[in-house]
Design a protein around this ligand. Structure first.
Ligand SMILES: [Mg+2]
Length: 267
């Protein structure tokens, strides 16, 4: 069994100006449905978005979701569970959102994801964006000091999440419950994906960064379009009805990296 840990924004599709506009196209939905129906592949969408939000965009029944940077987990349409305690973070996020709203206008998107928040400023004039960022940092600082919240910068976004939450936690949660010998490959484009890359590199699995950013990932593909092409070839190679992976995994002959090196056409 091969787990495919897939970030969404910037990895499976180009980043949109506003997060709510980043809908999947029909080809992407078709690809993800083919992956989730495969006997050998286990796609897991792993995103900074909340599970509620990502499931609205990707209505997939058999895919697992890890949301809010490793904090939430759900199978398909199943119940969402938190992987860390979140009570203190929830009330802090509400307080910060209420105050921050006074400092931003319609050129920003502020997402209150209950246990985390994102401030998107891609469409805001630079001076106004800088001012809002400073304000958010000032509001978050006391909670950082108390070990409740953490603040991270992404591409035109500031994310506030519970201290200790990162995508590596979600990856470990899934792999620790997987049958022995399960392999994994992860695709991601942003700084927040480095935590899952580090966990998977340590476990001798395959990591792929999408885009030009400096990364701990073992491989690089230039664009979401090419990432999708590789996933499609992985599906052609491994996604058949026959269980082609188990025998090799069980006999310890799974060529792991070598196989994926070839599939990814690595240099
Ligand atoms: Mg991303």
């Amino acid at each position: 069994m091969l787990f495919l840990f897939l970030d969404y924004d910037g990895t499976l599709r180009e980043i949109a100006g506003r997060p709510q506009d980043a809908l999947p196209d029909a080809d992407l939905l078709r690809l993800l449905r083919r992956l989730e129906r495969s006997r050998n592949l286990r796609p897991v969408i792993i995103t900074g978005r909340s599970i509620r939000d990502i499931r609205r965009m990707l209505p997939l029944r058999r895919t697992c979701f890890i949301g809010t940077h490793g904090l939430e987990f759900a199978r398909g349409t199943g119940t969402v569970r938190y992987l860390l305690p979140v009570a203190k973070a929830k009330s802090a996020v509400n307080r910060i959102c209420a105050e921050l709203k006074k400092w931003i206008d319609g050129s920003f998107t502020l997402e209150n994801k209950t246990v985390s928040l994102s401030l998107h400023d891609r469409l805001a004039p630079p001076a106004r964006a800088a001012r809002a960022r400073r304000k958010l940092m000032e509001l978050v600082r006391p909670y950082v000091k108390r070990g409740i919240l953490d603040l991270i910068r992404g591409k035109c976004v500031l994310e506030v999440r519970p201290m200790g939450a990162h995508k590596g936690i979600g990856v470990e949660f899934v792999l620790d419950r997987a049958p022995g010998g399960a392999a994994a490959v992860a695709f991601g484009d942003d700084r927040t994906d480095e935590d899952m890359f580090r966990v998977l590199n340590r476990r001798k699995q395959v990591t792929v960064v999408v885009g030009k950013r400096k990364s701990a990932a073992l491989f690089r593909v230039p664009s979401p379009r090419l990432a999708r092409k590789i996933l499609s070839s992985l599906h052609c190679a491994l996604g058949t009805d026959r269980d082609v992976l188990s025998p090799t995994l069980q006999s310890q002959k799974f060529p792991g990296r070598k196989f994926l090196h070839r599939a990814l056409g690595a240099d």
